[in-house]
Design a protein around this ligand. Structure first.
Ligand code: SF4
Length: 375
């Protein structure tokens, strides 16, 4: 069976052409699946009955299953999503779970989406990296996270699913489990669906991809789907970044900064957001702040300081609040816009970017990919 949830509009049009149907059917189907959240062919009333019957025989619309939905006291919401798949998953029959987090704020609602089960890049401060890599998520599993969250939030708030004017999820960040640019094709297709007016209609400024710095894929992305870019920098020199973000050994800071500037030629925003996790005594001194200013001085950017979210055996501790303030002030006095990420959803372990930290790991993930093998 073909899962139509894996296709963007162009791919759907190709599919319809292959079965002798007009390409505009793709737009109709996109609207039913993504705009209205209708997955039952019999309800797609503007599609000919004969085609609906054919689709029901040859295709399916399949999303991953929600295992658990939790709501924090501060309104943050987390879905634990089962992405076990009898075709692609390992043979042990163990469960694969990913997390998706919704963070409501006064002026926006942000959904943090995962792109892989685990991650191979092994950043030493990251709980996902500590668990190793299992597999890439499919398009349907990536866009399915948005579909699940959208449907849940809209039905709970009383909005009619057939009314799409009230956008609860205004922003999407590809910042959950995994390095999105090492699952390039599926992530780009999923983002194309997010941007499609017949689907979720998000603007490119409101979809942010966060990368640890896979330079060749950054260059591809600016041509294929230039959304807003965030870069996990986390260190102001190569010696330290080689340890914290090992992919730096392949794409060191100078190359990364050059790639950021190339990306900005096509980006929907005129700045890159640099993320910088604050690790006590490791990367948070006054000297580090000044070194960081040197590193970023030729890249239009904003900075997001992220107090480290501890997890067992990480070996790191969160920077002291006073150190974070001093670090922030040095950057701000140099003229940069700096935000310090607030901790949200503590009571449901929903720290964005370190989503898997306390999730029971049932996947027996051990595989890592040598840095040299990363495209
Ligand atoms: S920080 Fe991102 S790239 Fe690094 S290990 Fe964690 S999920 Fe992977």
């Amino acid at each position: 069976m073909i899962n139509l949830f894996n296709y963007n509009q162009l791919q759907l049009a190709d599919y319809f052409a292959s079965i002798g149907e007009k390409p505009f059917r793709a737009k109709q189907l996109m609207r039913w699946m993504h705009h209205f959240g209708v997955y039952d062919f019999t309800q797609m009333t503007d599609i000919a009955k004969s085609l609906r019957e054919k689709l029901a025989v040859d295709t399916e619309i399949t999303l991953p299953n929600v295992q658990l939905e939790q709501v924090s006291n501060d309104g943050t919401r987390k879905w634990l999503i089962d992405v076990n798949n009898k075709v692609t998953d390992d043979k042990n029959g163990v469960a694969n779970s990913i997390e998706t987090v919704f963070i409501p704020e006064d002026d926006r609602g942000t959904l943090c989406i995962s792109s892989q089960v685990g991650c191979a890049l092994a950043c030493t401060f990251c709980s996902t990296g500590a668990q190793g890599f299992n597999r890439n998520l499919s398009v349907s599993e990536i866009i399915g996270q948005l579909a699940i969250a959208n449907k849940s939030l809209r039905s709970e708030s009383g909005y009619d699913l057939l009314s799409v004017n009230d956008r609860i999820i205004s922003n999407v960040v590809m910042m959950g489990m995994g390095e999105p640019l090492t699952n390039y094709d599926n992530v780009v297709t999923a983002m194309q669906i997010m941007l499609d007016d017949s689907a979720y209609g998000l603007s490119r400024r409101r979809v942010t991809l966060s990368t640890s710095g896979v330079v060749p894929a950054m260059d591809r992305l600016k041509e294929d789907c230039p959304v807003a870019l965030a870069v996990s920098l986390h260190a102001p020199n190569d010696a330290l970044r080689d340890v914290l973000v090992p992919i730096n050994k392949k794409y060191p800071i100078k190359e990364l900064m050059a790639a950021c500037n190339r990306y900005l030629e096509k980006a929907p925003r005129d700045f890159v957001t640099f993320e910088y996790v604050m690790l006590d005594g490791v990367n948070d001194t006054v000297e580090h702040a000044h070194e960081l200013l040197e590193v970023i001085k030729h890249v239009p950017c904003k900075l997001n300081l992220i107090p480290f979210n501890p997890f067992p055996n990480s070996g790191y501790e969160t920077s002291k609040a006073s150190h974070i303030r001093v670090f922030r002030d040095i950057l701000m006095q140099a003229g940069y816009v700096v935000t310090v990420r607030k901790t949200r959803g503590d009571d449901i372990d929903a720290a964005c970017g370190q989503l898997a930290g306390k999730v029971l790991d049932k996947t027996k993930r051990t595989k890592t990919i040598p840095i040299e093998a990363v495209a």
